[in-house]
Design a protein. Structure first.
Length: 168
């Protein structure tokens, strides 16, 4: 287990994966982290659709013209869908949960990448069909998961955009 700063430094978007299956216990721990995510008024407006079927994953690769190619090699994916009628903070709640999934995947030794679905023309319809997302839920994103088949350098702390931090 890494300390949190190292976890954040090492978490990078991974878009190519090996053909090794993601173990169910790792998926379970990742989903536990998603379910513990903070949400406004603790309404938990989300549902997480977990896909491990390769044919379904490969179909997801066509949900966008660009930016969904990682599903060609992903061995799992989590669709983050939310009930927008429950709260006006649904997008924030979903983004926090998705980020917990990304960090938990890194902590489990997996690669992951966020694929934006919300307001991307035609993307939501395909994801809904593939994952069976129920009516009344909006798909925010799909996160690809798998064992990394690419190496990315960790963030260099000296090169962070410290000018974006305003201390008052």
């Amino acid at each position: 287990m890494q300390n949190f700063l190292e976890l954040c430094r090492n978490r990078r978007s991974i878009r190519t994966y090996t053909n090794q299956a993601v173990e169910p216990d790792k998926l379970d721990r990742i989903l536990q982290c998603a379910l513990m995510s903070p949400s406004g008024k603790r309404l938990n407006p989300w549902k997480f659709y977990v896909l491990t079927d390769e044919a379904m994953l490969r179909k997801l690769a066509g949900c966008r013209t660009y930016g969904s190619q990682m599903f060609q090699t992903a061995m799992a994916a989590v669709v983050v869908a939310l009930d927008a009628s429950l709260t006006d903070t649904w997008q924030s709640d979903g983004a926090i949960a998705a980020h917990n999934i990304l960090l938990a995947a890194e902590d489990e030794g997996l690669g992951a990448c966020w694929c934006q679905i919300y307001q991307r023309e035609g993307a939501e319809e395909l994801v809904r069909e593939v994952a069976g997302v129920e009516e009344g839920f909006t798909v925010l994103c799909v996160i690809s998961l798998g064992y990394k088949n690419e190496e990315r350098k960790q963030y260099d702390l000296a090169k962070l955009a410290y000018d974006k931090v305003i201390k008052v």
